[in-house]
Design a protein around this ligand. Structure first.
Ligand SMILES: *Cc1c(COP(=O)(O)O)cnc(C)c1O
Length: 672
């Protein structure tokens, strides 16, 4: 076990070398890290899609008009809102301009592709509001989509109420998906009375009878769609289970049945749209291509059966490159918006021409790709917890190094293992050290080892682990155990946010979001960090990050937090699904929100149009059925009793009660 004294342990070695370097050399090494290195480390150009960059001060910026246009520095926004509007973090920032950009991008892509291909139909897209139903999001999308007659999609009665009020353009489509009851159908037909293009998409056969009955009662001609179950399997994390297992849609036999039903009722003329949706975030373009191919054959067959279909609705699925790898991995996509669009147009055109049927108007229901980019969550690191095994400088803080000679024989043995470390014998030493560690912990339990000795052995083991991690490059073959060890040695960054509220898909689907600091990009980040949130839930952490080389990385390179200086992190591309699905775990609730617009006059500037306050403690208490006055009364009762007993002075009692109710009116998240 005890190796003859040979190599020094790593931390001292590196310190010594550092001390020997002339100051100029150190400065040069430090300087070597620049903004480009950070951009590449966090793959900002990969996921940022021209909308994000880093300025010369090392701060992350949003570029609503890509390069050459205005640059909105996120740090500046944070300083502005905390100073002038007293908005605390965590906070969602919505860059409304990015919503407009995305709406324009998909509409222009279809317009161009249709023109180039000489395709005979039009594009009439809709935004499925379930992806983000925030009023400001919908208003912005409709405004940007006006010129294109961009419409909306609803999947429930509540959503339809929003859509009915907002989508007034008689040219734009309203698509009604999801299971329907009588009220749902009546609402949709109410819209038909107002002259809107509202399509009721039949999800199951029995809905046809229901719709026709109510339409007759209301004396209005319905516009009907059919949702088809495709045989083409979806792909990726959010695929709809294809074939017979899908909850939604009609099988081939059902479709024929539906046509017959409608023909018998003399209502085949109402059948205007064919719809399918093979899932969200489709990573591989070929999946979409083959779905469109199958859908196009269905369309052609229905046309030939006499159904006067006008619209071909390809559903959602246009993905977002969350990890920036442009690959067909789960959180990436191997195609651009333009490629997606041209694949649909060409595939559909080809089949229609072969089958000699008219080109239908094309509908798509892209949600994720329109709203993901516009929102990010900014949060503050409130503490860092160093690796369990200690860090080089502090590893031996329990005792002075020159004190080592005085240690007990038991501790001397542990020190012996540390001193014997070489790249060649590392594995053996590591195992010896593990055995020693377990033995020390056992002895402590039995009362045979002092707390101080146990602490020393643990810290020595920590030093050994660190030495191994820092010297892996010097080893001829790196054992698997060392890779695992390296993953475990991370700084935990305690961040003032709740995963369950702000990134629920990270928790539910292991979804990766790009995460990086919003400043200090001109400094090399030295720590391997993971993020832990402030909920009392061990799942409340983020320990999977986007990676350039692998599917994901177990830690994120982060800077050391400087005493008294805030360190801010951003989670990006959170505009789709996250806001709405967030939950009330630990009653943290919704976060503050600000809406930012670029200033077209001044490229350095922007303005904040709106601040939406997140939940207050009183709000979340009410939502869980508590009465605030009752809570106040209950606490006051107890305080009064203590005053009566003479334990508290009356003045102290009043202060305690006041403080209790004051906190109630504040933000649920940590405020320091
Ligand atoms: C959820 C959903 C969409 C949106 O899909 P994205 O992949 O987010 O664009 C579109 N259509 C239907 C029917 C949906 O259920």
């Amino acid at each position: 076990m005890n190796k003859p004294q040979s190599k020094m342990t790593e931390p001292q070695t590196s310190k010594r070398i550092e001390n020997e370097k002339p100051a100029a050399e150190i400065a040069r090494v430090r300087q070597k890290w620049n903004i480009e290195d950070s951009k590449s480390l966090y793959n900002i150009e990969g996921w940022g899609a021209d909308y994000f960059s880093v300025n010369k001060d090392g701060n992350l910026c949003v570029l609503p008009d890509s390069q050459g246009g205005p640059e909105i520095e996120i740090l500046d926004v944070i300083q502005e809102i905390s100073k002038n509007q007293q908005v605390e973090l965590p906070c969602i920032i919505r860059f409304q301009d990015l919503l407009r950009k995305r709406v324009e991008r998909i509409n222009e892509a279809f317009k161009n592709s249709i023109r180039e291909a000489d395709y005979k139909g039009l594009y009439r897209g809709v935004y499925p509001i379930k992806v983000n139903q925030m009023r400001e999001v919908i208003e912005e999308i409709l405004d940007a989509g006006q010129a294109y007659h961009f419409g909306l999609e609803a999947g429930s009665k509540a959503e339809l109420q929003i859509v009915l009020a907002y989508n007034k353009d008689p040219e734009a489509l309203t698509i009604c998906n999801g299971f329907k009851d009588q009220e749902y159908i009546r609402l949709a037909l109410l819209g038909r009375k107002l002259g809107r293009k509202i399509v009721l998409v039949v999800e199951k056969l029995s809905e046809i009878e229901q719709i026709l009955k109510i339409a007759d009662e209301m004396e209005i001609e319905p516009l009907l769609g059919i949702r088809a179950k495709l045989a083409t399997p979806g792909a990726g994390k959010w695929q709809e289970s294809g074939g017979s297992n899908s909850k939604f849609g009609l099988s081939a036999a059902d479709i024929l049945n539906a046509v017959e039903k409608l023909r018998k009722r003399d209502r085949l003329s109402s059948l205007k749209l064919l719809h399918f949706h093979i899932g969200s975030q489709i990573p591989d373009i070929r999946t979409m291509k083959s779905a469109v191919q199958e859908g196009a054959r269905l369309y052609s067959s229905l046309r030939k059966l006499g159904a006067p279909l006008d619209y071909f609705d390809v559903g959602g699925g246009l993905g977002v490159d969350y990890d920036g790898s442009q690959s067909k991995s789960d959180f990436s996509i191997n195609y651009t918006t333009e490629e997606y669009v041209s694949n649909i147009v060409h595939q559909l055109q080809q089949v229609c021409d072969e089958e000699q049927v008219e080109h239908p108007h094309i509908v798509s229901e892209s949600g994720r790709s329109i709203v993901a980019y516009h929102a990010c969550l900014i949060m503050k690191v409130i503490d860092t917890i160093e690796p369990t095994f200690g860090t080089p400088g502090k590893a031996l803080s329990v005792f002075e190094e020159n004190e080592t000679v005085k240690q007990s024989e038991y501790v001397q043995e542990a020190l012996g293992i540390m001193k014997g470390l070489t790249p060649k014998t590392a594995l053996e030493s590591y195992h010896d050290s593990l055995t020693k560690l377990e033995d020390a912990q056992d002895r402590f339990k039995l009362g045979a080892l002092s707390l101080r000795e146990r602490a020393l052995v643990e810290q020595i083991h920590g030093k050994i682990c660190l030495w191994i991690c820092n010297n892996m490059k010097r080893m001829k073959r790196i054992p698997d155990e060392f890779y695992e060890l390296k993953e475990k040695i991370v700084h935990q960054y305690v961040v003032n946010f709740s995963v369950f509220q702000s990134a629920p898909d990270h928790w539910a689907f292991d979804q990766l979001f790009p995460i990086c600091p919003i400043h200090r990009m001109n400094e090399k980040p030295k720590n391997n960090g993971i993020l832990v949130d402030i909920t009392c839930d061990s799942d409340g952490e983020i320990d999977r990050f986007i990676s350039r080389d692998d599917d994901y990385s177990r830690s994120l390179k982060l800077h050391s937090v400087r005493e008294g200086r805030p360190y801010y992190l951003g989670v990006f591309l959170t505009g789709a699904y996250q806001d709405i699905m967030g939950d009330m775990h630990n009653l943290f609730g919704r976060v503050n929100e600000v809406h930012v617009f670029k200033d077209d006059e001044d490229h350095e500037d922007y303005y904040i149009e709106e601040v939406i306050r997140g939940d207050t403690i009183s709000g979340t208490l009410r939502a869980t059925q508590y009465s605030l006055s009752e809570l106040n009364r209950m606490l006051k009762q107890d305080v009064d009793r203590k005053v009566k007993e003479g334990v508290l002075k009356p003045k102290q009692g009043v202060q305690l009660v006041d403080f209790y109710s004051k906190v109630m009116n504040g933000y649920t998240y940590l405020r320091n």
